[in-house]
Design a protein around this ligand. Structure first.
Ligand code: NAP
Ligand code: MG
Length: 400
């Protein structure tokens, strides 16, 4: 069989620990036999980040700007323990943080739905994709403990020195106060990423805030989304047969529980933090979740939502058997290959991505799975496979 040809390289960001082991197995068993794989390789493994003073992370983000599509393996974010373990010159920042700051994006996470791994919410039939704004609000706040009577004010001083004041509260006793902010430019890019992703995946977009109570702060989010929708996206949404729907956050929560899924739920930073954990755990597992960073400039970076699975890696180093779930990493590759295929007009690449995803799901549905899924599946007597055998079982299914 002739291998599928590619025209533009994918930006390949290799990573750490157990996911680095899975990365190579996936390439060797599931990709290289079928595709004449073209990638520009960046080794984001912690050792190489240390050798390059983290320049490799910056280079990989710049390459993503050049080519448009990247696929990333999970990476270690160093802490004190890692400084010793890897003899690091510096406590480097999270690669995801560095890449996100350079590509200016929104992260979309969606559960991978498979028969036998059932959501706890029984009417959820299709995935719910969470889009979380990743800038500002309570994550960049300023807080104060108010020791006793007195007043707290918000003061804005313009560049020409003029002041604008708002009373927060006249305290008669001790209390607390908090100031937070956001930026129109950041909200605008969040909105465009969400609208683009909805068009890209042909799903409705829901957005919710508490604009009835927060008449300036949350209302600005609502207004910016609406203005951008009306000016740039309304016609495209109508042509694609999808809808943009705004409602109050409490109404959205109630509707999500009653819905059957199949839409994107855009959330402000705090709502997205809380709701994405609820949605993902209700759907089953972080290893059964796709994650993609979409930038408003049209760059895409696909990754797994989980970490490097350190505990399994140490077992692997001791020669013990591991049963690590590679589904999210496989789907990072299929997402990136499909996007590359779409951009370059290579149908075979898109079809291959579809087939590999289908083979992965069919493997699980036939009862062959890793230990994490075996613990939660409704399939009776599942076959628990080790990390390598699970990938080989997918290959067998793919060959069919
Ligand atoms: P983790 O890698 O997400 O793993 C935590 C636990 O979740 C594992 O011990 C395992 O549970 C389970 N798990 C996660 N992924 C799994 C998979 N694919 N298959 C089976 N089980 C899975 O988090 P961590 O071990 O706390 O973090 C390790 C490193 O990852 C850290 O250095 C952190 O900085 C990094 N990290 C990177 C990213 C990223 O690059 N996107 C994200 C998060 C964390 P059991 O042990 O019970 O089997
Ligand atoms: Mg959280």
């Amino acid at each position: 069989m002739e291998k599928i040809k590619m025209t533009t390289p994918l930006v390949e960001m290799d990573g750490d620990e157990m996911t680095r082991i899975l990365w190579k197995m996936i390439k060797d068993e599931l990709l290289l036999p079928y595709i004449d794989l073209k990638t520009e390789y960046y080794d984001l493994g912690l050792e190489h980040r240390n050798e390059t003073n983290d320049q490799v992370t910056v280079d990989s983000a710049n390459a993503t700007k050049k080519y448009g599509v990247a696929v990333k393996c999970a990476t270690i974010t160093p802490n004190a323990a890692r400084m010793d373990e890897y003899h690091l010159k510096e406590m480097y920042k999270s690669p995801n943080g560095t890449i996100r700051a350079m590509l200016d994006g929104t992260v979309f996470r969606a559960p991978i739905v498979v028969k036998g791994i059932d959501p706890c919410v029984k009417n959820w039939k299709k995935p719910i994709t969470l889009a979380r704004h990743a800038y500002g609000d309570v994550y960049k706040n300023t807080e104060m403990i108010i020791p006793g009577p007195g007043k707290v004010e918000l003061v804005y001083t313009a560049e020409d020195g003029t002041e604008q004041r708002e009373l927060v509260h006249n305290y008669t006793g001790a209390g607390i106060a908090q100031g937070m902010h956001n930026l129109n430019a950041s909200i605008e890019s969040f909105a465009r990423s969400c609208f683009n992703y909805a068009l890209d995946t042909k799903q409705d977009l829901w957005f919710a805030t508490k604009d009835t109570i927060s008449k300036k702060y949350d209302h600005t989010f609502k207004d910016i989304f609406q203005e951008i929708y009306d000016a740039e996206y309304k016609d495209k949404f109508e042509a694609a047969g999808i809808e943009y729907f705004y409602t109050l956050i409490d109404d959205a929560v109630a509707r999500v529980m009653k819905a059957e899924g199949g839409f994107i739920w855009a959330c402000k930073n705090y709502d997205g933090d809380v709701m994405s954990d609820m949605v993902s755990s209700a759907f089953g597992s972080l290893a059964m979740m796709t994650s993609v960073l979409v930038s408003p400039h049209g760059y895409f970076e696909y990754e797994a939502a989980h970490g490097t699975v350190q505990r399994h890696y140490y077992k692997h180093l001791k020669g013990e058997e591991t049963s690590t779930n590679s589904v999210a990493t496989i789907f990072a590759w299929t997402g990136a290959l499909r996007k590359r295929g779409e951009l370059d007009g290579i149908d075979e690449l898109c079809n291959f991505a579809d087939r590999l995803e289908k083979a992965t799901l069919q493997t699980i549905e036939s009862g062959k799975m890793t230990k994490d899924l075996a613990l939660i599946t409704s399939i009776e007597n599942p076959t628990v496979l080790n990390s390598k055998d699970f990938i080989l079982a997918i290959r067998e299914e793919l060959e069919k």
